[in-house]
Write a protein that binds this ligand. Structure first.
Ligand code: C2E
Ligand code: MG
Ligand code: MG
Ligand code: MG
Length: 291
C-alpha cells in the first residue's frame, strides 16, 4: 500500500504534464492588459483529410505570451474574459490576427481554411456579424475561407440574437462548425436551430475509438447524422496511429490531433506541411492492399 500511495502521489495525467506546472487563473486586470499590450498570439493546428492526408485548413487557438509565466493556455483566461466583459476585445484581437494570417498564406499560394473559435458571449449583439464581414472584406479574405467554431458554454440566454447572428454569418458564406459535438454543451438541439455546415466530434469520443465499442457507436451515429444534414465531419483528438487508421475506415472527412500536429506558431505551418506530406504518403496507403 505504501508503494502504491507513493506512486499515486507522483502520478500526473500525460496531457497535463505537457503543460506548464504553474496553473493559475488570472485577474481581469491582467487579462485586459494582455489584450491591450498585444500579448495574445494565435497558434494554429492543422486539419487534414483522412483519405488523402491533404492539409485543408488550420484552427486558430489563442495563447498568451506572458512576460513572466511563459505560454499560458486559453482555459486559464477565456473564462475570465467572458465573465468580465473582455471577450469582445479578445475575440477581435484573435479575429484580426487570424484573418491577416489567412491573407498572408493566400498570397503565398497556401489556400488554407482558417477556423476561429467564437464564444457564445460574442453572439449577443447583432452588429457582431457585420463586424466580422467588414473585417474579412478589409483583410482581403473571402468568407468561404473562414470557419467559425462554436461551443455552447452555458445555457443560451439571448437565443434569438445568437441564432440571427449565426444565420447571417452562414448566409454570407462563412463556415459554421459545431465544436465539441456530443458533449452536454453541444448537442442535438443546436443542430435543429443553427445552420451549421461542419460537425466536430469531441475528442472524448475519438481517442481510443479502435478499441472501444461505445465510442465507435457514438461516433458512427454522429457521422450518419452529419451526412443526412449535409455537414462536413471532423474528428478532434486523434492522438495515435490506431485512432488514425480506424478513422480512415469511417466516413469521417477530416482529422485533427496531436498525432498529426500540435498547435504551432503561424510561421511553422509551411515547413510542417512539407514534412507532413512525406509522412502522409505512408499513412494514406490504400486500405485494401489485397484488392
Ligand atoms: P477547442 O476549440 O475544442 O480546441 C481543441 C483543444 O484540444 C485545444 O486546446 C487543442 O490544443 C487541444 N488538442 C488538439 N489536439 C489534441 C489531441 O490530440 N489531444 C488532446 N487531448 N487535446 C488536443 P487549447 O488550445 O488549450 O484550447 C482549449 C479551448 O479553449 C478550445 O477548445 C476553445 O474552446 C478555447 N479557445 C481556444 N482559442 C480560443 C479563442 O481564440 N477564442 C475563444 N473564445 N476560445 C478559444
Ligand atoms: Mg475549436
Ligand atoms: Mg473542440
Ligand atoms: Mg473544446
Amino acid at each position: 500500500p505504501n508503494d502504491l500511495s507513493a506512486l499515486l502521489a507522483t502520478w500526473k495525467p500525460t496531457n497535463m504534464s505537457r503543460r506548464q506546472s504553474t496553473r493559475k487563473i488570472y485577474s481581469p486586470e491582467e487579462v485586459r492588459t494582455a489584450i491591450t499590450n498585444g500579448e495574445l498570439v494565435n497558434y494554429y493546428q492543422p486539419k487534414v483529410e483522412l483519405s488523402s492526408g491533404k492539409v485543408v485548413g488550420v484552427e486558430s487557438l489563442v495563447r498568451w505570451k506572458h512576460p513572466q509565466d511563459g505560454i499560458v493556455f486559453p482555459d486559464q483566461f477565456i473564462g475570465v474574459a467572458e465573465q468580465y466583459g473582455l471577450i469582445d476585445d479578445l475575440t477581435r484581437a484573435v479575429v484580426n490576427g487570424a484573418f491577416a494570417q489567412c491573407k498572408t498564406w493566400q498570397d503565398y499560394g497556401l489556400h488554407l481554411l482558417v477556423a476561429v473559435n467564437l464564444s457564445m458571449d460574442n453572439l449577443t449583439q447583432l452588429e457582431f456579424a457585420g463586424y466580422l464581414l467588414a473585417t474579412a472584406a478589409s483583410a482581403g479574405v473571402p468568407p468561404e475561407r473562414i470557419v467559425f467554431e462554436v461551443t455552447e458554454s452555458r445555457l443560451m440566454n439571448q437565443v434569438s440574437t445568437t441564432l440571427e447572428i449565426l444565420t447571417r454569418l452562414r448566409l454570407n458564406r462563412f463556415g459554421l462548425s459545431i465544436d465539441d459535438f456530443g458533449t452536454g454543451h453541444s448537442s442535438l438541439i443546436q443542430l435543429r436551430d443553427i445552420p451549421f455546415n461542419e460537425l466536430k466530434v469531441d475528442k472524448g469520443f475519438v481517442h481510443g475509438i479502435a478499441g472501444n465499442a461505445t465510442l465507435r457507436a457514438i461516433f458512427s451515429s454522429s457521422m450518419s447524422l452529419a451526412r443526412q444534414l449535409n455537414m462536413k465531419t471532423v474528428a478532434e483528438g486523434v492522438e495515435d496511429q490506431a485512432d488514425w487508421d480506424f478513422l480512415r475506415k469511417t466516413s469521417c472527412m477530416l482529422a485533427q490531433g496531436y498525432f498529426i500536429a500540435k498547435p504551432m506558431p503561424a510561421d511553422e505551418i509551411p515547413i510542417w506541411i512539407s514534412t507532413w506530406e512525406d509522412k502522409a504518403k505512408y499513412l494514406t496507403k490504400p486500405l485494401n492492399v489485397n484488392a
